[in-house]
Design a protein around this ligand. Structure first.
Ligand code: FNR
Length: 186
């Protein structure tokens, strides 16, 4: 049976490089993993007062994450950290207190940038809340994808063979990691 994995893309942009990478991993990871994008763009900013009357997008998001075996984060870097929308999604999923949908779910992070540093800062800032949320995070291979404009075509597809091979090999290691860590922390 396939491993079910939620993919959360840190960018809300239509032509997002990160989304292109997420879709390439989805294709390359099948059939061992079944990856599905979980959208974060419609989530109201987290405010604990609103948990008394849960907004529908929060319930939808929490439900989609709660049912999967693992979570893949594919994110750009904003100002040497993660985009605010992604941090908001993490906060929404972490509450109400004691009901975090992240608890114990194996995770991996792919950071993507058109620049030279591969969004290293975002990749490592993202690790901080995920460690606190008790998610076993894949450590190797490290996935800092730089110069995204060089391996993503006008059609939004990852078109470079070496990058596709790298993503495929990463997907295999992540699947191994999920199998080893599934159920941890529950
Ligand atoms: C950026 N960008 C950026 N890039 C980077 O490598 N390090 C950074 O710190 C930042 N900071 C930053 C802040 C803000 C507010 C924006 C809008 C952009 C550039 C960013 O990598 C580029 O726009 C990517 O194309 C964003 O990823 P998506 O949307 O293509 O997935």
């Amino acid at each position: 049976m396939s491993l079910n994995v939620a993919v959360i893309v840190g960018s809300l942009r239509k032509g997002s490089f990160s989304r292109s990478v997420a879709l390439a991993v989805k294709e390359l990871a099948a059939p061992r993993m079944n990856l599905n994008l979980v959208e974060i763009g419609d989530l109201p900013l987290y405010n604990p007062d609103m948990d008394e009357n849960t907004p529908a997008p929060w319930a939808r998001f929490r439900g989609e994450v709660a049912k999967v075996d693992a979570v893949l984060f594919v994110t750009p870097e904003y100002n040497r950290s993660i985009p605010g929308g992604l941090k908001n999604a993490i906060d929404v999923g972490s509450r109400p207190y004691g009901k975090s949908v992240w608890q114990g779910k194996p995770a991996a992070i792919v950071s993507v940038s058109p620049g030279l540093l591969g969004a290293f800062g975002a990749n490592h800032h993202l690790r901080q809340p995920l460690v606190f949320l008790d998610m076993p995070i894949l450590q190797q291979p490290e996935m800092y994808l730089s110069k995204a404009g060089d391996f993503i075509g006008e059609d939004g597809k990852v078109n470079n063979d070496a990058t596709r091979d790298f993503l495929k090999s990463f997907a295999g290691k992540f699947a191994d990691w999920i199998e080893r860590n599934r159920g941890a922390g529950y």
